[in-house]
Design a protein around this ligand. Sequence first.
Ligand SMILES: [Zn+2]
Length: 164
Amino acid sequence: MENYMLIALIFWGACGIGSAIAAANKGRNSVGWFFIGFLLGPVGLLVSLIISSDNTQIEFSAIQRGECKKCPDCAETIKFEAIKCKHCGYVFSSQNDSVRAQPKPFPLHYEVWQGNWANAVDLIDQGADVNEKNLDGRTPLELAKMRGDNLIIEMLTSKGALEN
Ligand SMILES: [Zn+2]
């Protein structure tokens, strides 16, 4: 009778360990799932095998281990060695990445030139000088006029941009 108990215990323990391993592979709490497997035996093991993966947790730990990286364009997780994002086609290159990493010398001029009204407003609200001149001696207002961007022209004027 004691042997029978021992075999049952080992069997239930194995179910716990199996559940824990299955859960860990799916990015879930392995300690919690060990107890579920241990208490429910084969039923717990079965449930641990069919639960869905916690993908955000898996992605997070993959990034932590340096196996994956986030695409700067679409924010999907992709393999670290990837040169091209499989989701959006963004091409990783040392040139692209350094352009992104470097702060732009004239951020307000840049946003105005790109026609990014909201970004330009944010920069001014954060204290950017609306009358600053870029390397060509142009103010953001002049750039907006070159583009014929009336929305940004009005916004800059309302924020104190001066006519030359
Ligand atoms: Zn992408």
